[in-house]
Design a protein around this ligand. Structure first.
Ligand code: APR
Length: 308
């Protein structure tokens, strides 16, 4: 039998993540949602795609948490997406209620699971999930930095007309307007990007990355991005499930790393079968440190509002 991955929230991000998982064949999936019929209908549709992709994964849609029992990995995408003009932080209170409910349920049905939180504002929702489930911090993380990094990588690849495979970048800090893209660590096949692009151009691509989510929302007019968020979530899932030990930016619990304690924030981490197996500390310059602290302050402020 394949390992089981449950996805809480069968909307755009949840269902697309389920698509990546089931078509890859690496696990069986359960799609949960409070909307009756939606997870069942999407699961049936996905199951009917599997034979076309030579996948033997099974997928079940449900409104009953007991079907998620014994999951190896739980992905939380339940909650509300942004509307045009909204920041991720505007979703704080509505999504906190959803996260509390989901966390209580999964702690009962899958007490040994590793949890990836996608719901926004993601860093705060990861902290809330960790607190509510009572899980070890190694087993709770958030998806955000990898998505931001992928956006930056795409913009750089288009600008330089090279394959995105040859671009390396990393975005740290909270998954919000104060995210911290580190231009010092952008390379193209090992060549520092500063040798290929002017700092003005690099800064404008970084600025586009900061507003990457909002750019898509403005075009869609209803709903927010889901293909890239789902692809980033799947990459994290794969590293954990297959114990790949990829070094990926994600929201992890900081306990003194980067001089910060008791908070979830985006950092580079090794993801493997134990979850967040190691946080990698980069020595930040004075300016980078200031940006990181600013991002920290913004997440901390939201955490205070929720009194967690
Ligand atoms: N329990 C389970 N599912 C819920 C609950 C709940 N309490 N409340 C809402 N949902 C479900 C909705 O029924 C819906 O199917 O969550 C799903 C959300 O799907 P979408 O509205 O399509 O939102 P999506 O684009 O998937 O984004 C979900 O991920 O990237 C973040 O900012 C985004 O916070 C948002 C989340």
């Amino acid at each position: 039998m394949k390992k089981k991955i449950s996805i809480i929230g069968s909307g755009n991000v949840g269902a697309t993540t389920a698509l990546f998982i089931t078509l890859s064949g690496i696990a069986d999936a359960v799609l949960f949602d409070i909307a009756e019929g939606v997870p069942q209908g999407k699961a049936l549709d996905l199951a009917e795609a599997c034979p076309l992709c030579n996948s033997s994964s099974t997928i079940k849609g449900t409104n009953d948490y007991s079907d998620t029992e014994g999951s190896e990995i739980i992905i939380i995408t339940a909650g509300f997406p942004r509307k045009p003009g909204m920041s991720r932080n505007d979703l704080l209170h509505s999504n906190a209620d959803v996260i509390r409910e989901a966390s209580i349920a999964i702690a009962k049905t899958s007490p040994d699971a590793i949890v990836i939180v996608v719901t926004n504002p993601m860093d705060v929702m990861a902290q809330l999930t960790w607190k509510t489930t009572g899980f070890s911090c190694k087993r709770v993380m958030g998806m955000g930095g990898l998505l931001d990094t992928s956006r930056l990588t795409a913009f750089l690849a288009w600008e330089l007309n090279v394959s995105p495979e040859d671009v390396e970048a990393i975005v740290l800090g909270g998954h919000g307007d104060e995210m911290v893209p580190l231009s010092r660590f952008i390379t193209v096949k090992g060549i520092p990007v500063t040798e290929l692009l002017s700092s003005k151009r690099i800064d404008s691509l970084i600025e586009r990355t900061r507003k990457g989510g909002a750019e898509i929302i403005a075009l869609l007019k209803s709903g927010s991005a889901y293909y890239a968020p789902a692809a980033a979530t799947f990459k994290m899932v794969k590293s954990i499930l297959l114990d790949e030990k990829r070094l990926l930016p994600c929201a992890a619990y900081l306990n003194g790393e980067y001089g910060i304690k008791d908070i979830y924030l985006g950092v580079p981490a090794i993801l493997g079968k134990e979850g967040v197996e190691k946080i990698i500390e980069i020595k930040l310059s004075k300016e980078e440190k200031a940006q990181f602290r600013k991002s920290y302050a913004s997440v901390r402020n939201l955490i205070k509002k929720l009194s967690i």
